[in-house]
Design a protein around this ligand. Structure first.
Ligand SMILES: CC(C)(COP(=O)(O)OP(=O)(O)OC[C@H]1O[C@@H](n2cnc3c(N)ncnc32)[C@H](O)[C@@H]1OP(=O)(O)O)[C@@H](O)C(=O)NCCC(=O)NCCS
Length: 294
């Protein structure tokens, strides 16, 4: 039997209410994780503005979904109109029928038509996306370090409004290639983390997610002279700390000289040029920090 072609459309508020439990079950609760995706990605899963979620429906009910996040990627040469894609999902009973592929193709065509320069996503199943034209190019590295008796001397809070203004000023200075952010970016909480912590120095900072046992370093930036002091705080804070960094940055070079951290090249980022000017883009040099991702 030939499967009926899915209908592809933007998500409505009504669709959103039906979709959220499906996505939460797939990506969060079914994996024994906590906190709904809506709390983790408030900028993307906004019930009142669900248009950036695209759906493929079969016979009137949701078969597949994905979320897009438009963003501006700033580099010294230009500002790029870019989009991230995430939460790619098909109902378990409808998998293997080409629905997610059809939704991806339609999304890619829509983004190209809307004059986006490129798209990026992070995938554990690269083959699925490679067939749709995406290239796996990742300059990220993942460090891991254990501490037998962690000692978080002071509690650390998520970044507040004054911190965010201060961080943004440092990013302008120390991150010549960066995604533009809004306040909501600083509320992003990737699985498995349950809250964010900001460790502030005078002219450098680290932002980590934590579940009180493990830490996930999302970003470290600023004056390299302050890295040893920041590291002294980070290294003793969590039982296990995962360090997400771009290879070859001052922070990664400093940390790779520290004892006890094991490193593994990341193979998650995948890129798709959409406009002619993005064909020669330096995707291999670009690193989108975890805080910006979906
Ligand atoms: C990944 C996922 C979205 C794919 O959805 P899907 O609708 O099954 O995707 P498709 O049917 O388009 O493609 C899936 C497979 O079916 C094959 N396929 C495509 N069209 C087909 C058809 N008409 N008949 C049979 N198989 C087909 C594809 O070649 C693909 O093969 P692969 O498993 O080797 O990659 C789905 O498995 C899912 O929701 N997984 C859980 C969430 C997840 O991991 N998301 C991705 C995060 S990076």
């Amino acid at each position: 039997m030939v499967a009926p072609a899915p209908t592809i459309a933007s998500c409505s508020v009504r669709d959103f209410d039906a979709l959220l439990p499906l996505l939460d079950q797939e990506f969060i609760f079914g994996k024994d994780r906590q906190l709904s995706l809506q709390q983790r990605f408030p900028a993307i899963l906004d019930r009142h503005h669900p248009q950036n979620i695209l759906l493929a429906s079969v016979e009137g009910s949701i078969a597949s979904a994905l979320a897009t996040k438009p963003f501006v990627w700033v580099t010294p040469e230009r500002r790029w109109r870019a989009a991230m894609i995430g939460m790619v999902y098909t109902r378990p009973q409808l998998r293997g029928r080409g629905t997610a592929s059809a939704l991806m193709r339609a999304t890619q065509a829509k983004l190209a038509q809307e004059s986006f320069d490129f798209a990026v996503l992070w995938a554990a199943q690269p083959d699925f996306y490679a067939r749709l034209g995406w290239s796996g190019i990742d300059c990220g590295t993942l460090g891991r370090v254990h501490t037998t008796s962690p000692d978080p001397i002071q509690s650390a809070l998520p970044p507040g409004a004054a911190d965010i203004a201060w961080i943004e000023a440092l990013r302008t200075q120390y991150a010549p290639e960066r995604a533009e952010r809004t306040y909501k970016t600083y509320a992003t909480l990737l699985p498995h983390a349950q809250r964010l912590e900001l460790l502030r120095g005078d002219a450098a900072y680290a932002i980590a997610g934590t579940d009180d046992n493990q830490g996930y370093l999302y970003e470290v930036l600023g004056d390299a002279a302050e890295l040893p002091a920041l590291w002294a705080r980070l290294a003793t804070r969590y039982h296990t700390l995962y360090l997400n960094l771009r290879r070859g940055t001052p922070a990664q070079s400093f940390l790779s000289a520290q004892r006890g951290i094991t490193w593994q090249a990341q193979r998650l980022a995948m890129w798709l040029p959409l406009a002619a000017r993005a064909r020669g883009a330096r995707f291999g040099d670009w690193y989108v920090p975890f805080l910006d991702r979906i």
